[in-house]
Design a protein around this ligand. Structure first.
Ligand code: MF3
Ligand code: CO
Length: 254
């Protein structure tokens, strides 16, 4: 979506605030013994209580069946799109859990994700979370009018690789706002100055996705869940942002 009116801008900001509030509540509930499906139920309830709609429920990706839940819950070696409500998934001490969902408010879609620790986690996992979150911040810092998509991609890649981790190459960010996934696709690797020019009004979901081992991934038989091929852990942080004259406004932040 390209924001051109004050009404669109207002709806986008409200959509992101609502999403951020709920994501914060969900992240705060992550603890040993909690299940993915109870968080999924809670996410749907909180979204609907606000008069809004889950953006992922029933979403059709390329060729796969519609996504069956409100929330994506991806644990440890699950990279993204883990399904919370089709098998029992209970968080254990030491796990890392990515929570990802989209919300539609007044027709405007926002999308965000965080990866959180279940109790105490090992040092390498802590480093993975930190590097991936830093990569998101580095990408956001490059999202200014006059820069290029490649500036964002490069900044994300540099931050993750600097920490000794790998970027998952097949997945990345995307335009958002009118739909869950819009053009442009935003790789989490690339060269400065390459790709599309960034202009005021662009609404983008930036989402660095990292692997503690190799970057190769596999798709599970459920048609949605991506895992690292080598079983290493993966982290994922995502914000919806709006490119404004002075730089990026983080939309999915309280
Ligand atoms: N945030 C997810 C992404 O950008 C959206 C997943 S759509 C779903 O990849 F249907 F898989 F949930
Ligand atoms: Co996304």
């Amino acid at each position: 979506m390209i924001v051109t009116t004050e009404k669109q801008r207002g709806d986008l900001i409200e959509s992101g605030k609502r999403l951020a509030r709920i994501l914060g509540v969900l992240a705060g509930k992550v603890a040993p013994g909690v299940s993915a499906s109870e968080l999924d139920d809670l996410a749907e309830k909180l979204i609907r209580d606000g008069g809004d709609t889950p953006a992922f429920l029933g979403y059709k990706g390329e060729g796969s069946r519609p996504y069956p839940a409100t929330l994506c819950v991806s644990i440890n070696d699950e990279i993204v799109h883990g399904i919370p409500n089709e098998s029992e998934k209970i968080f254990k001490e030491g796990d890392i859990v990515s929570l990802d969902f989209g919300l539609i408010h007044n027709g405007v879609v926002t999308d965000a994700a965080v990866t959180v620790a279940v109790g105490n986690i090992d040092e390498q996992s802590k480093k993975l979370l930190r590097a991936t979150e830093n990569a998101l911040a580095a990408g956001i810092a490059e999202a200014i009018p006059g820069n290029y998509l490649g500036d964002i991609s490069h900044a994300i890649q540099a931050e993750i690789e600097k920490a000794g981790f790998a970027v998952v190459k097949e997945l990345g960010g995307h335009g958002v706002g009118d739909e869950v996934h819009e053009e442009p696709f935003i790789p989490n690797f690339g060269k400065k100055g390459e790709g599309e020019l960034l202009v005021e009004g662009m609404v983008l979901a930036l989402e660095p996705i990292s692997s503690a081992g190799k970057s190769a991934m596999t798709l599970a038989p459920d048609g949605w869940t991506y895992r690292t091929k080598d079983g290493s852990r993966s982290a994922h942080f995502e914000h919806t942002i709006l490119i404004e004259k002075s730089g990026a406004r983080i939309i999915t932040k309280l």
